[in-house]
Ligand binder design. Structure first.
Ligand SMILES: NC(=O)c1ccc[n+]([C@@H]2O[C@H](COP(=O)([O-])OP(=O)(O)OC[C@H]3O[C@@H](n4cnc5c(N)ncnc54)[C@H](O)[C@@H]3O)[C@@H](O)[C@H]2O)c1
Length: 443
């Protein structure tokens, strides 16, 4: 690298990340690791105190180590906004954008942060939206800052949507498929390019609206792929075909690709359900009825209901039947229970009076906040213990801890050997050979 180039790209930015959640905390630790000086602020003081004591607010592989490595050096955590904003050059907004009951995104936290920035802005700042937001939110952030600013200073707004996956968040941050930056000034473009200069990934520079839309379109497309294969799985069930082989063959076609073609109990988590709904809502508001996405959501809802109905077909009366639910988090390698398919499945069984043994390698604690331990609900860390005396095992999340379970041993301890494999994870032929009744999804 030429000396002048080195000099031009060597700046370490003073960054403030607002929100110490799955995105904000990971981004803060990774920006610090890239050499920037980062303060991560959150209005949840308890959370900040815990992080400062070295206790992470959620399970994410590698985050403890990365925070520990950088804290007190390049990385600090605070619940004081004024100083953190005033001292930083770039502010990333990474607060939650949860769904409202009408499906639209609740942007009150975004507005709140923009107003706080307006009250504390003292010199040029670049304000970057990292949260997933409907198209045109950047414009609203700009208007809000102008409305409440105490001091007239120049600032830029930009969009830099985050694509990381929980469970692989740190890897995804450093090795993304692409980095998207939506800007409306050369100054903002230069700063964001410098911040990410050490990451080797295609950089897509757009206007702010386009960047915001890329995120909604990407998540909605992935959700569409999942619902598509789940619809195909229904046809496989009806016709006696095997969806695993269908998706294997489809995925070999490079134009289709194998990712997100696994039939199962449906998608969940803090992103897909709310982003699909928010995209439907904003499209409608702009004058387009996104009926395709309405069907995507409908197929996803039906998928969970169909899964439990099939268990009911086998067991007939669910009252007082004991069912083991293996996997509670919305996907493996996270303890995140937000909009997890397991929640709807558990609620269905509870309503029918079933007795549930819930088991997850990481999210039992989170699940206990939703389903209290009691007469109907027991928690297990050990899957073998969870299956003892059960009339059915429902595999809901495909943790690798469950993949190699000794089914022979499990069968011996069960009251009735029924497996409802909501992720098509077990070897169906092997399970049947061992004497299990087997319910798959589309096979
Ligand atoms: N979780 C993911 O996998 C993921 C991936 C990509 C994008 N996103 C998007 O990123 C955004 C954040 O998601 P998340 O999963 O990190 O959410 P989260 O709920 O884990 O974290 C949000 C954090 O923001 C804090 N907060 C809320 N309002 C605040 C305010 N006014 N001031 C300061 N802090 C405030 C909360 O206390 C919380 O710690 C969302 O828009 C989400 O859709 C999430």
């Amino acid at each position: 690298m030429a000396k002048s180039e080195k000099k031009a790209t060597g700046k370490r930015y003073k960054i403030c990340v607002v929100g110490a959640g799955h995105v904000g905390l990971v981004a803060s630790a990774c920006f610090a690791e890239l050499g920037h000086k980062v303060v991560c602020v959150d209005n949840n003081k308890q959370k900040i105190n815990r992080i400062n004591k070295g206790r992470m607010p959620f399970y994410e592989p590698g985050i403890d180590e990365l925070v520990k490595k950088n804290i007190g050096k390049n990385l600090n955590f605070s619940s004081s906004f004024a100083g953190s904003i005033a001292r930083s050059e770039v502010i990333f907004i990474a607060v939650g954008t949860p769904p409202k009951s009408d499906g639209s995104a609740d942007l009150s936290s975004i507005e709140n942060v923009a107003a706080t920035i307006a009250r504390n802005i003292n010199s040029y700042k670049l304000i970057v939206g990292k949260s997933t937001v409907p198209v045109q939110t950047g414009q609203k952030i700009k208007e809000t800052i102008k409305r409440y600013e105490k001091k007239k200073v120049t600032f830029d707004v930009a969009s830099n949507p985050e694509f990381l996956r929980e469970g692989k968040a740190i890897y995804d941050f450093f090795y993304p498929d692409r980095i998207v930056i939506g800007i409306e000034s050369k100054r903002a473009e230069k700063i964001l390019k410098e911040i990410y200069r050490k990451i080797k990934a295609p950089l897509i520079v757009t206007d702010i609206n386009t960047a915001e839309l890329i995120k909604h379109a990407s998540n909605s497309f992935l959700a569409t792929k999942i619902s598509f294969i789940n619809a195909v799985a229904r046809i496989c069930d009806l016709a006696g075909a095997d969806v695993k082989k269908v998706s294997l063959a489809m995925g070999k076609d490079k134009r289709i690709g194998k990712e997100f073609l696994d039939a199962g109990v449906g998608y969940g988590g803090f992103c897909f359900p709310k982003d699909v709904e928010a995209f439907i809502y904003i499209s409608q508001k702009l004058g387009y009825s996104f009926d395709l996405l309405r069907q995507v959501k409908k197929i996803n809802d039906i998928q969970k209901a169909t899964f439990v109905e099939r268990v009911k077909e086998y067991l007939w009366i669910l009252k007082r039947k004991r069912i083991a639910i293996l996997g509670l988090s919305f996907k493996p390698d996270t303890d995140d229970m937000r909009f997890a398919p397991s929640i709807d499945i558990i609620n269905f069984f509870l309503k029918e009076g079933a007795m549930l043994n819930l088991c997850d390698p990481q999210s039992n604690l989170e699940a206990k906040k939703i389903f209290k331990t009691g007469r109907q609900v027991k928690y297990f860390r050990n899957p073998y213990r969870a299956c003892e005396g059960c009339d059915c095992i429902c595999l809901v999340t495909e943790w690798k801890e469950f993949k190699d379970l000794d089914l022979k041993k499990i069968k011996r301890s069960m009251k009735y050997p029924l497996i409802a494999d909501g992720r098509n994870m077990f070897d169906k032929d092997k399970a049947i050979k061992l004497g299990f009744e087997y319910i798959g999804v589309g096979r």
